[in-house]
Design a protein around this ligand. Structure first.
Ligand code: ARG
Length: 460
């Protein structure tokens, strides 16, 4: 049979194979609520503009509500022969209210309809994502408050660099997520324009009111150019870009947790609920949830890549290739939701081994910079000379297999005669972090303040 929706010029219906490659209902049924909302806004506007009769319009609105109820109750039979969510909804509407249903598609095309639906879906998803990241920031801030003065080694090149505080470390991740939320807000503000009424590509001869439908759907304004309206998927690309950045941030944090959970670091344990054992090695305790967050970042980056590649060769305006926009968008959204929940839970329940962190904080001559700074401050040495002197002391300690603080005053003075007993104060890790009071530095008093500021900046 030919399609009841577009079959007028066809003698035969599509083959099973055509149906299989063509149908998007398997995934775009997720747009049902947005599709119904868009149709209702369009219908009210058509009625108010006198484009369709009032009695048909009222039947359509009522019928759309019934369709929505059926879908939400799980009673709706989605049909692949009807291709997509738009035709499934409209077909059911016709079954429910009769031929008046056919007036709904006046001055509209599936091209502006799908662009509208997906924008609405992405907008809701951005709002949900923002809330999830905010929740994770709250978890990080709470743990940072708890550990604002616990000392641990800080790394560059994954080599011990300088002592820092665990609270400072956790707040660093909170900053990353803050920028991610900024990107969400930017994306939302730019995407919040309504393509509805662009029709197929050229606009319409009917006296529609696009400002009205835009407002009804919570958009800031209608889009400016009908061709661009049906061909633009920037909003999906921007969503996937920010999603990929978030996934990479989560992955970096997950990698940190995986490293910290190793016997070699032994800085933390992921709670039992988020770990697994091995079927052969009884001693094992693997931070699987963190590894999966790290692994799933690959999917989200792939989702962005898929859509970039799908779009790169497309001329104006709509092309069926664009139906391929939805699965990457849905996959990225689902993956992030899961990963943020898992990562947040791991942050909340992590068992930090602060003893071990503190013990390691001084390993690898991490207070060498403090020593050099002391030479500058107290002996008025130029920093480059102080660097050289300290380097010689590090070498001496290394050759003897001891820490800097284990060198005798005599040994130190053999390299720089002006050094006094006072030097031993700056060689302790606690004093080192306490001294880092510059704006944004790791001192515990800074971290206490940064926790309050982070609450104000991110959680209010
Ligand atoms: N299922 C289509 C999509 O997702 C809807 C738009 C179809 N438009 C068309 N002219 N065939 O992109």
């Amino acid at each position: 049979a030919t399609s009841s929706i577009w079959g007028g010029r066809f003698a035969a219906g599509p083959s099973a194979l055509m149906e299989a490659i063509n149908a998007s209902i398997g995934f775009d049924q997720r747009l049902y609520a947005q599709d119904v909302a868009g149709s209702k806004a369009h219908c009210v506007m058509l009625k108010n503009q006198g484009i369709i009769p009032e009695d048909d319009a009222l039947k359509i609105l009522d019928g759309l509500d019934r369709v929505l109820d059926e879908i939400e109750a799980g009673e709706f039979a989605f049909s692949p022969a009807l291709e997509d969510i738009h035709m499934n909804v409209e077909n059911r509407l016709r079954e429910l209210i009769g031929d008046g249903a056919g007036r709904l598609h006046t001055a509209r095309s599936r091209n502006d309809q799908v662009a509208t639906d997906l924008r609405l879906w992405v907008r809701d998803t951005l709002d949900g994502l923002d809330g999830a990241l905010k929740g994770m920031q709250r978890d990080l801030i709470d743990r940072a408050r708890e550990h604002h003065d616990d000392v641990m080694p800080g790394f560059t090149h994954l080599q011990a660099a300088q002592p820092v505080t665990l609270g400072h470390y956790l707040l660093a991740y909170c900053e990353m997520l803050g920028r991610d939320r900024g990107r969400i807000a930017d994306c939302r503000a730019r995407m919040n324009e309504s393509p509805l009424g662009a029709a197929a590509l050229a606009g319409t001869s009917f006296p529609i009111d696009r400002l009205d439908t835009a407002r009804r759907l919570g958009f800031d304004r209608p889009t400016a150019n009908s061709l661009d309206s049906v061909s633009d998927r920037d909003f999906a690309l921007e969503f996937l870009s920010l999603a990929a950045i978030i996934a990479v941030h989560l992955s970096r944090m997950a990698e940190e947790f995986v490293l910290w959970c190793s016997a070699q670091f032994n800085f933390m344990r992921v709670s039992d609920e988020y770990s697994t054992g091995s079927s052969i090695m009884p001693q094992k305790r693997n931070p699987d949830a963190a590894e999966l967050v790290r692994g799933k970042a690959g999917r989200v980056i792939g989702d962005l890549t898929s859509l970039l590649v799908a779009l790169k060769g497309l001329p104006l305006s709509y092309g069926k290739d664009m139906q391929e926009d939805k699965e990457p968008v849905f996959d990225a959204a689902d993956t992030l939701e899961l990963c943020i929940s898992a990562m947040s839970a791991m942050v909340r329940t992590a068992i930090f081994n602060t003893e071990r962190m503190k013990k390691d904080a001084g390993k690898g001559f991490t207070t060498a910079t403090d020593l050099a700074d002391w030479l500058v401050r107290v002996l008025a040495m130029p920093f480059r000379d102080a660097h050289h002197v300290t380097g010689a002391l590090v070498k001496m300690a290394e050759d003897k297999g001891v820490g800097l603080e284990d060198l005798s005053l005599g040994e130190m003075q053999s390299v720089a005669p002006g050094i006094t007993e006072e030097i031993y104060n700056v060689l302790g890790v606690e004093n080192s972090v306490k001294s880092r009071t510059s704006h944004g530095g790791t001192a515990p008093e800074n971290v206490r303040r940064a926790v309050d500021e982070a609450r104000r900046r991110f959680l209010d």
